[in-house]
Design a protein around this ligand. Structure first.
Ligand code: ARG
Length: 589
C-alpha cells in the first residue's frame, strides 16, 4: 500500500500542475501546527521568485484546484504561502480499511531484499553476562527483526569472544589448582573425559581470579599467554578443556539470552575465524597490501580525505599473534565464503568505532569483501546509573545481567500488586516477567542508540509516561475491551471501520495510517527508537480516544462495530511494533 503522505503529495502535485506550476512543489508533510491542520505543503514559497507572484497567491490558486477533491475536507492558503489541509474522514477511513484488510498492514517491503548479517551480542565466554552486554542484545535483536520484517534475508550471529587470552587464563589457573588432571599430564595418551573438570560456578570464579592475578604477576600472565598460544595451536588436551568451557558457558549464555527473548541463528565465535587467518594473511602479503612495520604486519588504510589520522590496521603482532582486528577480518572471510552478505551490521559499543573503521577499510581495500558490500557500525552509548556514571551494583561492582533482570522483575511485581491489577499468584508473576522485560528493553530502545542513557528502575517500571509498562498497559486495555466485546456475543469478523466521529478518533486514525511509512523510515535509519516514538504517540492517541468514548455500552450497533474494528486495527499495529522491538504484551496485567 502506498504511504498516505505519498498519495496526498501526488494529489497536491497534480493541483500545482493544474494551476500551471511544476508538480515537484506538491510535497505534503505532517503539519507543524496540529492545532490548525493535519497536513501542510510549503511548495508555493519556493515558486514565488520564478513565478513573480506572492506565494500566498500561488497557494490560493492551488487551493482552488483542490477544493471538492474528496480527499480533503479543508484546504486553505495562509500567510505567507502555506497550504493547510485536513483529510476528509471518508478518505482516511478508506485508507485504514485497506490497511486492515492487508495481512501486512500496508507495509511496503524493500524493493531489493538484501542478505544481511547482524553481528550482535558478542559476549565473552566464561564470563557471566553483565549489563554491558544488555544493549547489544536488545538493540541488535530489534534491528534484526526490523530488517527481516521489511523483507530482507537476515542472519543474526552472536560472535562469541571464545578464543582470546581469557581462555588461556582459565586453563593456566586450572593447571595450578588441579595439576593432577590428565589435561596437564604430557605423558597422557588416553581419551579425555566427557565430564568437565569444573562447574559453571567454578568457571565464573576462576576467570576473574585469574584475570586479577595476571594483572599483578608478569610471570603468571606470560604463562597464560603461553596456554592461549598452545590452545590456538590446537594442542589436544587444551582443545578438550576449551570444549568443556564452551559447552558449560554456551549453555548458560543460551539460558540468559532466552530470558531476554533474544536468539541467534548462528552461534559462531572468534575461534571459528581462526582457520581463515593463515590464507588471508598470505594473500594480503602476496598482493602487497600487508607490509612489515617494526616487526609487525600492517595494512595502510589511510585515505587522502582523512580529517583525522587513521592508524594502519595491524594484522599480526611482532610475535606473530593475531589481534582483534585480524579475527574480525577473518570472520568476514568466513562470512563471504558461507553467506556472501550484501550487508553486515555490527551492533557494538561505540567506543569500538575506530576498530571497525579499520576493519571496514581494510576488508574493502584488500578485497575480502566487494566494494559493494555495506559494512555498518551501529555503535551504542553507555548505560549509566542514576548518578550519571556507569551502572554499578550497590557495592560498586559490575552488575550481572541476571541480577538486573531480577531487580526489575521484583519492582514490577511490587508495582503491579500495588495497582488494582486482576492477576494472582503464578499468573501475576508471569505477567510481571513479561512487563519487566519490556520495561528494560523499552527503556533502552526509546533512546537513540548512539546516546548514553540513565537506567532508572523506578522510571522504567512506571505505568505512566514514555515507558514499556505504559505501552503494554494500553495494549492490554485494548485486548480487554475486545475480549469483553466477544464475551457479549460480538465477533471481530468482517467488521468495517467507520468515519471518525470525534477529533480524538480521527487523531488515532491518522496516527495508525503512518505505520508503513514509519517502519520503512526506522529501517532506513536502523532506528528502533523511531518505533518507540511511534507507539508512544499511538498509545497517547488511543488513550485520549478511549477516555472520550464509551465503547462497550454503546447502543448504536454500527457505531460500536466501527470502534471495535478500530480497536482491532490498533491492537495489530501495536503488537507488530512490539514484536519488532522484541517485546510482547500479556493478555492481562
Ligand atoms: N566480544 C567483544 C567485546 O566484548 C564484542 C564483539 C563485537 N563483535 C565483533 N565482531 N567484534 O568487546
Amino acid at each position: 500500500m502506498q504511504y498516505l503522505l505519498e498519495l496526498l503529495s501526488r494529489e497536491v502535485s497534480t493541483a500545482f500542475e493544474a494551476a500551471g506550476y511544476p508538480a515537484s512543489a506538491g510535497k505534503v508533510s505532517p503539519s507543524n501546527r496540529p492545532d490548525l491542520c493535519e497536513f501542510q505543503c510549503n511548495g508555493a514559497m519556493s515558486l514565488a521568485k520564478e513565478a513573480h507572484k506572492a506565494p500566498l497567491v500561488i497557494a490560493e490558486e492551488v487551493a482552488g484546484k483542490l477544493k471538492g477533491s474528496g480527499t480533503f475536507s479543508y484546504v486553505e492558503a495562509v500567510k505567507p504561502g502555506f497550504l493547510n489541509m485536513k483529510l476528509s474522514a471518508g478518505y482516511l477511513t478508506d485508507y485504514l480499511q485497506q490497511m486492515a484488510e492487508d495481512p501486512g498492514l500496508g507495509l511496503i517491503p524493500v524493493e531489493t531484499p538484501e542478505k544481511i548479517i547482524v553481528d550482535y551480542g558478542g559476549p565473552n565466554v566464561a564470563k557471566p553476562l553483565h549489563i554491558g552486554h544488555l544493549r547489544s542484545a536488545v538493540i541488535g535483536e530489534s534491528v534484526k527483526r526490523l530488517a527481516r520484517y521489511v523483507g530482507n534475508e537476515v542472519t543474526g550471529d552472536i560472535h562469541l569472544g571464545d578464543w582470546g587470552l581469557q581462555m588461556g587464563l582459565i586453563i593456566h589457573e586450572l593447571s595450578l589448582r588441579k595439576p593432577e588432571l590428565c589435561y596437564f599430564d604430557e605423558a597422557y595418551t588416553g581419551e579425555y573425559p566427557e565430564e568437565p573438570p569444573f562447574t559453571l560456578e567454578e568457571l565464573e570464579e576462576i576467570y576473574p581470579a585469574a584475570s586479577k592475578k595476571s594483572k599483578e604477576d608478569e610471570a603468571y600472565k606470560a604463562a597464560a599467554m603461553e596456554a592461549t598460544f598452545k590452545l590456538q595451536r590446537g594442542v589436544p588436551s587444551f582443545t578438550a578443556l576449551w570444549k568443556h568451557i564452551m559447552r558449560l558457558s554456551v549453555a548458560d549464555l543460551k539460558k540468559n539470552y532466552e530470558r531476554l527473548d533474544v536468539s541467534f541463528e548462528l552461534w559462531k565465535g572468534e575461534s571459528d575465524a581462526d582457520k581463515f587467518i593463515p590464507d588471508m594473511v598470505e594473500k594480503m602479503k602476496a598482493e602487497g597490501f600487508a607490509v612489515e612495520s617494526q616487526g609487525a604486519l600492517v595494512v595502510d588504510i589511510s585515505q587522502e580525505d582523512d580529517k583525522k589520522e587513521i592508524p594502519p590496521c595491524m594484522i599480526l603482532k611482532s610475535d606473530g599473534a593475531a589481534l582483534y582486528t585480524t579475527t574480525d577480518l577473518a570472520t568476514l572471510v568466513d562470512r563471504e565464503q558461507s553467506l556472501k552478505p550484501d550487508r553486515v551490521i555490527y551492533v557494538v559499543d561505540k567506543r569500538q568505532s575506530l576498530h571497525f573503521e579499520q576493519v571496514f577499510r581494510c576488508a574493502k581495500k584488500t578485497g575480502i569483501v566487494p566494494e559493494s558490500t555495506k559494512l555498518d557500525f551501529l555503535g551504542f552509548g553507555t548505560m549509566n546509573g542514576p548518578d550519571g556514571g556507569p551502572f554499578k551494583t550497590r557495592d560498586g561492582g559490575v552488575m550481572r545481567l541476571e541480577v538486573l533482570l531480577n531487580d526489575v522483575y521484583e519492582e514490577m511485581l511490587k508495582k503491579m500488586e500495588a495497582s488494582d491489577h486482576e492477576l494472582k499468584g503464578e499468573e501475576a508473576k508471569e505477567a510481571a516477567r513479561i512487563v519487566a522485560l519490556a520495561a528494560i528493553k523499552y527503556g533502552d530502545l526509546s533512546n537513540q542508540a548512539t546516546k548514553d542513557y540513565i537506567f532508572d528502575i523506578d522510571k522504567f517500571t512506571s505505568f505512566e509516561g514514555n515507558t514499556g509498562p505504559y505501552i503494554l498497559y494500553t495494549v492490554v486495555r485494548i485486548k480487554s475491551i475486545l475480549r469483553k466485546y466477544k464475551e457479549q456475543g460480538g465477533s471481530l469478523e468482517g467488521l468495517k471501520l467507520r468515519e471518525a466521529a470525534s477529533e480524538e478518533e480521527k487523531a488515532l486514525m491518522l496516527t495508525l495510517s503512518g505505520f508503513n511509512r514509519m517502519l520503512t523510515g526506522a529501517f532506513g535509519e536502523l532506528a528502533p527508537h523511531r518505533i518507540c516514538a511511534y507507539i508512544y504517540e499511538a498509545a497517547n492517541e488511543f488513550n485520549r480516544f478511549y477516555h472520550s468514548t464509551k465503547i462497550l455500552t454503546e447502543t448504536d450497533r454500527e457505531k460500536q462495530e466501527g470502534w471495535i474494528a478500530l480497536l482491532e486495527l490498533s491492537r495489530r499495529v501495536f503488537e507488530e511494533c512490539l514484536f519488532v522491538l522484541g517485546m510482547k504484551a500479556p493478555e492481562k496485567m
